[in-house]
Ligand binder design. Structure first.
Ligand SMILES: *[C@@H]1O[C@H](CO)[C@@H](O)[C@H](O)[C@H]1NC(C)=O
Ligand SMILES: *[C@@H]1O[C@H](CO)[C@@H](O)[C@H](O)[C@H]1NC(C)=O
Length: 354
C-alpha cells in the first residue's frame, strides 16, 4: 500500500509540483499515524489500568467484575482528561486525578441507601451546652493560617472506600489538634470508638458532630492504638481504663465564615460538612470551586485557610488517605459559603484532663 502511494505521489508531484505529493504522502502518513496512535492509546490505557490497579491495590473477584470496573474507570479517565485539559487552559481552578475512586459508580460514592438513614440533626436535640459563636468583626483575620506547622495535626487517615464515617474523622481531627495545642502532646484518637459506641451515630451510615462532641465530653476517647479503625460498625469495646479523659468544656456551632476563620486562627481546627458531587471524589489539586448537590455530603476538618491567586480558600484535612487530593488535603473556595461549608461548623474547647 505504502509503496503504491509513494509511487503515485512521486508521479503526481513530477507533474503538478510539490504540493500534491505532500498532501498525498501526508494522507498516507496520517492514516498510519492514526492507526499507531489508536493502537498505542489502547496500549497506553492497558498500561495505565495496570499501573493504577497496582498503585491503589485493586483486586477484583473475577474477570467479569474487572471488566465492569475497567469500563467505569475508562469513563472516569475520559472525564478527567477533559477536565484537566480545561484546567490547563485556565478554564478550571482545580484538577482531577485517577485516584482510588476512579472505578466506582455514583451510587457507590454517594450511597442513597445510607443517605436515607442519615440522622438529620434536629434543633431540639441540640445539646444544652451548645451555643452560637459570633466573632468580633473588627478583629483583623490573618491572611494565612496552617495548623500543620504547629505539629498538632496528625497524619491524614484513611476511612476506606465503604465506611464514610466522616463525622467521626472530623470530630477526632478537631479533638486531636486541640488536645495537642493545650497539652503539647499529639495522640491519635479512635474514630472506631465513636462508630461503635456512640448511640447518637448510626455506624458508618450516619452521625453528627454535636453528638460526637457530647459523647466524648461524657466518656472520653481512647487512643486509636488501643481501639483501632476497622472500617465498619462492630460491638462497642469501650474500655474506661484505657481512655484519655478529655474535658470538652463547651462545643458550639459557628455561624458564618468569618467566625469560623476567627475560631480557626484563635483556637484551632473546626469540623465542617460540605455538599459534594461524585466529581469531588476525584479532586487532585487547586482551589475547589466546582459544583455540589445536596444529597452528597462529606465532613472534614478545617486546619487552616489562606489565599491563592486572589481566591480565598479553606484548608481541609480529609480522611481518604494521603494519595487523595493535595497529600490528603483539599483547598475549597472560601467566603461564599461554597457547597454549604459554613452550614454546620462545630468546634469544642478542651480544658485539659479531668
Ligand atoms: C477561578 O477563580 C477565580 C477567582 O475566584 C474566578 O474569578 C474564576 O471565575 C474561576 N475560574 C473558573 C473557570 O471557574
Ligand atoms: C443560633 O443560631 C441559630 C441560627 O441562626 C438560631 O436559630 C439559634 O436560636 C441560635 N442559638 C443560640 C443559642 O443563640
Amino acid at each position: 500500500m505504502r509503496g503504491q502511494d509513494d509511487y503515485i505521489g512521486a508521479n503526481t508531484s513530477s507533474l503538478t509540483g510539490v504540493r500534491p505529493f505532500i498532501s498525498c504522502r501526508m494522507r498516507t502518513l496520517l492514516v498510519i499515524a492514526t492507526i499507531i496512535l489508536a493502537a498505542s492509546a489502547a496500549n497506553f490505557l492497558d498500561e495505565e489500568w495496570s499501573t493504577w490497579k497496582t498503585n491503589y491495590e485493586k483486586k477484583y473477584v473475577n474477570s467479569k467484575e474487572e471488566g465492569v470496573r475497567r469500563q467505569i474507570w475508562e469513563e472516569t479517565w475520559h472525564k478527567v482528561q477533559k477536565h484537566n485539559s480545561l484546567a490547563e487552559k485556565g478554564l478550571k481552578n482545580y484538577t482531577l486525578a485517577m485516584n482510588m475512586f476512579a472505578d466506582m459508580t455514583v451510587k457507590e460514592l454517594i450511597p442513597t441507601a445510607c443517605n436515607s438513614k442519615r440522622i438529620q440533626p434536629k434543633q431540639d436535640t441540640k445539646p444544652e451546652s451548645s451555643s452560637n459563636f459570633t466573632c468580633d468583626s473588627k478583629k483583623k483575620i490573618k491572611n494565612v493560617v496552617d495548623w500543620r506547622t504547629s505539629g498538632c495535626v496528625s497524619p491524614v487517615k484513611n476511612s476506606g472506600l465503604y465506611c464514610q464515617a466522616w463525622w467521626a474523622f472530623s470530630t477526632v481531627g478537631v479533638l486531636e489538634s486541640r488536645y495537642c495545642i493545650k497539652k503539647k502532646q499529639l495522640i491519635k484518637f479512635s474514630e472506631q470508638q465513636l462508630i461503635d459506641c456512640n448511640d447518637g451515630n448510626d455506624g458508618c451510615c450516619a452521625g453528627s458532630f454535636e453528638s460526637d462532641f457530647k459523647y466524648v465530653s461524657q466518656k472520653g476517647i481512647m487512643a486509636s492504638k488501643n481501639y483501632e479503625y476497622k472500617a465498619g460498625q462492630f460491638e462497642c469495646e469501650y474500655n474506661p481504663m484505657k481512655t484519655v479523659k478529655i474535658k470538652v468544656n463547651k462545643y458550639y456551632t459557628l455561624i458564618g465564615e468569618e467566625s469560623i476563620a476567627n475560631e480557626v486562627e484563635t483556637n484551632g481546627p473546626v469540623a465542617v460538612t460540605m455538599y459534594i458531587t461524585p466529581e469531588f471524589f476525584l479532586y487532585n489539586g487547586g482551589v475547589f470551586d466546582g459544583e455540589c448537590f445536596s444529597n452528597g455530603q462529606a465532613g472534614m476538618t478545617i486546619v487552616g485557610f489562606g489565599s491563592a491567586c486572589g481566591t480565598d480558600y479553606w484548608l481541609l484535612k480529609n480522611n481518604w488517605g494521603k494519595k487523595w487530593g493535595e497529600s490528603g488535603y483539599v483547598r475549597v473556595k472560601r467566603n461564599n459559603n461554597h457547597c454549604g461549608i459554613a452550614n454546620t461548623a462545630v468546634a469544642g474547647d478542651i480544658v485539659g484532663s479531668k
